[in-house]
Design a protein around this ligand. Structure first.
Ligand SMILES: CC(C)(COP(=O)(O)OP(=O)(O)OC[C@H]1O[C@@H](n2cnc3c(N)ncnc32)[C@H](O)[C@@H]1OP(=O)(O)O)[C@@H](O)C(=O)NCCC(=O)NCCS
Length: 172
């Protein structure tokens, strides 16, 4: 299953992406609003990928690698995830994104997130998609509003205050 946009291809993540995952997740700037806990070994990246491959099987969904159409480069990941850990009270479908720092500021996360919502609503017929971003993560809060999500509350996770966003399937 691939999702195509003007500039990007979103395709399933594979074990061969481990080096790219390590480059992405070992950068402390990438983890500034993700609990400040970057990875320090490629084994951790391999374990992350293993977890995603399990989600594909169990939940029929999970994050997708973002590939630049022009150059075929892996620039990060985006897509939907059946999130079972972040909110203690309930599970939900989450939209998210994480890019290598050199690709920030080109609108790629917005483009990938919009395509992910579209896929979730039109193809998977999900009723609702949600997202979470730390209060002071201006860029992510900007993106979530820009793609049409509603800021419907806040919650606390690991002592950090998090903004909560939701969007309902307009076709259901
Ligand atoms: C979050 C992240 C994916 C954004 O990727 P990106 O491709 O640079 O995002 P985009 O270019 O699509 O959109 C960024 C938007 O924020 C805006 N923005 C950037 N800096 C801003 C600032 N200081 N104040 C307000 N808006 C800002 C940009 O102008 C842009 O909006 P525009 O397209 O309307 O101009 C990237 O920074 C990242 O990977 N961060 C690390 C991982 C992470 O934090 N993930 C999200 C966890 S909730």
């Amino acid at each position: 299953m691939n999702i195509k946009t003007k500039r990007l291809i979103l395709r399933p993540i594979t074990e061969a992406d481990a080096k790219d995952f390590f480059e992405l997740d070992s950068n402390p700037n990438v983890h500034k609003y993700l609990g400040n806990n970057p990875v320090s070994s490629i084994e951790q990246s391999k374990a992350m990928i293993k977890g995603i491959l399990e989600q594909y099987k169990t939940n029929n969904i999970g994050r997708l690698a973002i590939i630049l159409k022009n150059t075929n480069e892996f620039i990060g990941w985006s897509g939907l995830k059946y999130e079972q850990n972040l909110r203690k009270e309930f599970n939900y479908y989450d939209v998210g994104y994480r890019l290598k720092e050199q690709y920030w500021g080109n609108g790629y996360a917005t483009e990938a997130a919009l395509a992910s919502l579209d896929y979730g609503f039109k193809d998977l017929k999900l009723k609702e998609i949600c997202a979470a971003a730390e209060l002071d993560h201006i860029v992510s809060n900007t993106i979530l509003k820009k793609i049409g999500m509603l800021h419907t509350g806040t919650f606390t996770y690991n002592d950090a205050l998090i903004n909560w966003y939701t969007i309902k399937n307009p076709e259901l």
